[in-house]
Design a protein. Sequence first.
Lengths: 160, 160
Amino acid sequence: MNIRKAAASDAAAIAAIIIPIIREGTTYTLDPDMSESEALAYWMGRDKKTFVAEQDGVILGTYYMRPNQAGGGRHVCNCGYMTRAGATGRGIARGMCEHSLAHARLRGYRAMQFNFVVSTNERAVRLWQSLGFEIVGRLPAAFRHPVHGDVDAFVMYQLL
Amino acid sequence: MNIRKAAASDAAAIAAIIIPIIREGTTYTLDPDMSESEALAYWMGRDKKTFVAEQDGVILGTYYMRPNQAGGGRHVCNCGYMTRAGATGRGIARGMCEHSLAHARLRGYRAMQFNFVVSTNERAVRLWQSLGFEIVGRLPAAFRHPVHGDVDAFVMYQLL
């Protein structure tokens, strides 16, 4: 798997990954009805560095990194990861997260924070824990899950 | 104390409150060097409802309310409060927070979340606790305080 910075020409491949996940609305707090151009403006926004993971020239995952806060909080970064439908379970999210941790250290970030990990996304919670993240906060009923109703969300954090 | 929605004509009075606090950089994760117009664009942005607290026609405090997340997280609101220098200790922040809790219920929000309460801001932590907020998360060394160095920040939360 090769992970590299996303180029503008990757937009269509990135949209093909992120739009189904946004439409499903079970893991990210994004408007499920946002347009493709709004979704790309979010995922590839100027406040973010966006990466793609490709295998044999096919883009199977994408992630972004940004400072989680400004001012006195800008040494903590935040990332979001999405894997292409049908390509999950192949270590792509793990590979992207490992890449992001290394890249964050390289850029001088001192910690990484996930602000909102939906508690029913158990595979993600376990994956992040296996990569060194701890649950440092629990937000009661903070996510209205389209299937499970109101569920908790976790704040996860790792010093770098 | 009268609390009302902010008008565009309140911008100068709001700037007089928020700019010194942003410049000090000890309580909010905003760039201390941001311009006045950037600060006002943030505080009075279209994603927010902005209020002012006035006494005898003088604006002594301001707060904003916004959805803390989109999509499945939009039933949780987030607020920020600032009191004019020299007017602290007079119950203005308490009054604004009480107003915001009532307003949030009125607008159908189900919870209120503060994402980043700097742990050294002890007066604020105690005030929010006295108004029903709980510390639901601790972010280790997430804030680089200009005086105290790296300090923790709290995530505070209240179901409505």
